[in-house]
Design a binder for this molecule. Structure first.
Ligand code: GLC
Length: 760
């Protein structure tokens, strides 16, 4: 129900406390660019699950009650709050950026219930099937030039305009296509880019929610949720980068990972024994394919019981085996699912029941559904005591030498139908329901795992999660779940990973080669050409599918695979810089072209190219049979990575792209910090830095630390600044010296020139 006229208001610090006919609301200024809009009684407000700590900074605000409403000005943003609790935003020059739509929503004409039933009988679904009324909606005017980006891991292309989505963490292993409304993650944040403005909206609501980005009308877009309160943040900025900086200021940033996590990961559901793993490890080294990580899927557990080890298939002495693997440079990441097998005498189950750590039925019994181990209970991760218990349980895996934890099935997935909405969960210190906690289940599991690892291990925790909410980036990297070995899914990987990056999740990847269905040699060869650029670099496949380790398809494919894995290792110093930059600013590692070229209409709609930081552009081939492709290069001068050819953008060019070629371009004035490829990160000491230089005016910073722990936060890192001139000459300086093992040698490499040493 829309509120009535504004009756009264009071400015308390930076918050306008508003009394309308029919209810209360407030508008709070957190920073000059971030404004919160909340409807409800202040004392009923539930603390955010995405935002931790105090985010409000002192801002000099000016308020004025005018005829058209109450105006609040921060210097960056003006907000007008009018009768009916319409809230409009303006930029510092007074131009409207984001205003509430005053008309009535006009829901699309749909068929009657009778026809809906008929549709469903044949297995069809209408997009209205299962939809419920929203507890509130926010309807915003849509500019004709609007593009929408973000919204987490949604299917489809970069620009979300004209589509509608749902936020309800969903595990659906069918091939995920553009008609899927929801996947594993709920990140209710998007960036709106118009010809004149850019801003972000974060709706902080964990209930099932809807984002209709102009699918219903050309005049407006709307978002709303089935429960909870209207509570959203408007984030202003002069660019997408600034908006994302604001959003990640609010919800947190992905901390710098351990350096080895940026290497190659090999995984498969179905490495049934340690011998299988051994074979993979040898295969990697014999085929000269760098690899840092092997993942153990559910096969390593006893009867799929979490925190157990299958003594028969994964031998009695996993510790010794993992040590041997470690000696060869391999780190092991184990899967860890939330569903705890219901079994008398199983310690995790018994401890959980005894302490009341599992979700309960409304009658107070432990709630049971089924997952891999059969009947299973669900840890109540919203409860801090449960998180601590779960965090401490990681010791079992750390004791065996495990180096990272892969949290799966944490939507939570359940095999006997969805968990009823009234299943009782905890939200910190109060009782809650599945309806409210579903979308943060994976978030809290990741948090529990991260905090446990941080406490027990001390190094930077490496956690991968499938389900997320806004803010999960503080704890985990993520993969996009069960894709298939389909060209459509290779195509989707680019916008999906880029939109995750624009949603604050920079450390993401897809299952290279595809998880479900059988891959093909050509698909695998092309997928590795996208995968080597994705922040999380893992080949993973489902039980029963065709094997897709790099050498499964003969020499040609193995050679191509090796070429791109080695390229990745070569670039690890650059990747590491991007992660450092991300922790400072929130800028994603893998970026859509529009992130750097907002005004460029081609960049806004580009789905088959992307950037790695601001300096490298990749234009992979993502269609079967294609041996050349059109590449779009935005303004500026670019160098072809493979042949050094210079191209001036903006331009469309035709590039030959035989199976072993992924077109890659580097911006003039770039210095790419690289290293000689190694079989794994740390095989050889990182004592030589190779700067690949692309003439033009430019400068960039390069970051170095021990790649392992949190000492960098106490200043134990080195930072270099390099500049390059039009003639290709390079100069360097150290801008921060805190790491005890800086480079011994810095080499400048230019296309077609002899390497030269740089002395600084
Ligand atoms: C889920 C995961 C997949 C994993 C499988 C078995 O489908 O998404 O990655 O291999 O479960 O654990």
């Amino acid at each position: 129900m829309r509120l009535g006229n504004l009756i009264n208001y009071e400015i308390k610090n930076q918050t306008a406390v508003l009394e309308f006919q029919g209810g209360e609301a407030q508008v709070e200024v957190l920073t000059p660019a971030i404004i919160n809009v909340y409807q409800g009684k202040p004392e009923e407000r539930i603390p955010s699950k995405a935002i931790e700590g105090e985010k409000s900074v002192p801002v000099d605000i000016r308020t004025e009650k005018k005829e058209d409403g109450l105006w609040i000005q921060t210097g960056e943003v003006s907000v007008r709050v009018s009768d009916g609790f319409y809230v409009d935003f303006f930029d510092k020059y007074g131009a409207e950026t984001c205003a509430d739509f005053r008309g009535e929503r006009r829901q699309l004409q749909r068929v009657s219930d009778e026809f809906l039933r008929l549709l469903e009988e044949e297995g069809h679904q209408s997009s209205l099937t299962g939809r419920r009324e929203c507890a509130f909606d926010v309807v915003k005017k849509m500019d004709r030039s609007s593009h929408f980006y973000g919204l987490g891991d949604k299917t489809g292309f970069m620009d979300k305009r004209h589509y509608d989505y749902e936020m309800w963490n969903t595990d659906n292993p069918d091939p995920q296509m553009d008609n899927f409304k929801a996947l594993y993650k709920s990140i209710p944040f998007f960036i709106t880019l118009t010809d004149s403005h850019v801003y972000g909206i974060f709706m902080d609501n964990t209930y099932k929610s809807y984002f209709n980005m102009g699918q219903e009308s050309e005049e407006y877009y709307w978002f709303g949720a089935e429960g909870g309160k209207l509570d959203y943040y408007y984030i202003a900025g002069g660019s997408m980068a600034e908006v994302l900086e604001g959003y990640t200021y609010l919800t947190g940033r992905c901390p710098l990972p351990q350096r080895w996590t940026l290497g190659y990961h090999q995984s498969r559901w179905g490495y049934m024994t340690l011998e299988d793993v051994e074979e993979i490890a040898s295969g990697m080294r014999e085929n000269d394919i760098p690899c840092d990580v092997i993942h153990f899927d559910i096969d390593y557990m006893q009867d799929y019981k979490v925190f157990t080890w299958n003594q028969e298939r994964y031998r009695n002495d996993p510790d010794a085996f993992l040590r041997q693997l470690a000696e060869k440079g391999f780190k092991v990441v184990t899967i860890n699912d939330p569903g705890v097998k219901k079994e008398e005498g199983y310690y995790v189950y018994e401890e959980g029941v005894e302490n009341g750590f599992f979700a309960k039925t409304p009658e107070g019994e432990t709630y049971i559904n089924a997952v891999w181990p059969g009947d299973a209970a669900f840890p109540d991760f919203g409860n801090p005591a449960v998180r601590q218990w779960w965090g401490d349980k990681q010791q079992f895996l750390l004791d065996r030498g495990v180096r990272g934890i892969w949290n799966d099935m944490n939507e939570p997935a359940s095999f006997r139908g969805p968990l009823p909405e009234d299943v009782v969960f905890t939200d910190e210190d109060r009782q809650s329901t599945h309806a409210e906690m579903h979308n943060v289940y994976g978030h809290y599991m990741a948090k529990a795992t991260y905090e446990g690892l941080k406490k027990l291990d001390g190094r930077r925790p490496f956690v991968i999660t499938r389900a997320c909410y806004a803010g999960t980036q503080k704890y985990a990297t993520a993969w996009t779940g069960d894709n298939h070995s389909l060209w459509a899914h290779l195509q989707m990987a680019i916008p999906q990973l880029c939109n995750l990056g624009l949603s604050g999740m920079p450390f993401v990847g897809t299952d290279i080669g595809g998880f479900g269905s059988d891959t093909t040699p050509e698909l695998l060869a092309r997928w590795i050409q996208v995968g080597c650029f994705s922040p999380l670099f893992r080949n993973h496949a489902a039980l029963g599918t065709r094997r897709q380790e790099p050498w499964q398809f003969g020499t040609e494919i193995t050679d191509i695979y090796r070429k791109y894995v080695k390229l990745r290792y070569h670039w690890i110093p650059y990747f590491y810089d991007l992660f450092y930059e991300e922790e400072k600013t929130g800028a994603p590692v893998m970026r859509p072209l529009v992130f750097h070229y907002e005004k460029d209409k081609n960049a806004r709609q580009c789905n088959d190219e992307f950037m790695l930081g601001s300096r490298i552009l990749a234009a992979p081939v993502v269609s079967q049979g294609m041996k050349r492709r059109m590449v779009y290069l935005p303004e500026g001068v670019w160098y072809d990575y493979w042949n050094g050819e210079k191209v001036t953008g903006p331009a469309w060019i035709m590039r030959e792209a035989p199976l072993d070629t992924c077109p890659v371009y580097v911006k003039a004035g770039s210095i790419i910090p690289t290293m000689e490829p190694q079989s794994y990160v740390g095989e050889k000491p990182l004592d030589t830095l190779i700067l690949e230089v692309y003439p033009g005016e430019g400068s960039s910073e390069h970051y170095l630390d021990n790649g392992a722990d949190f000492a960098y936060r106490d200043g134990k890192y080195h930072q270099y600044r390099f500049t390059v001139q039009e003639d290709g000459t390079v100069a360097g300086e150290i801008v921060h010296a805190g790491y005890e093992k800086p480079y011994e040698r810095i080499v400048v490499r230019r296309f077609g020139c002899e390497d030269i040493d740089l002395h600084i």
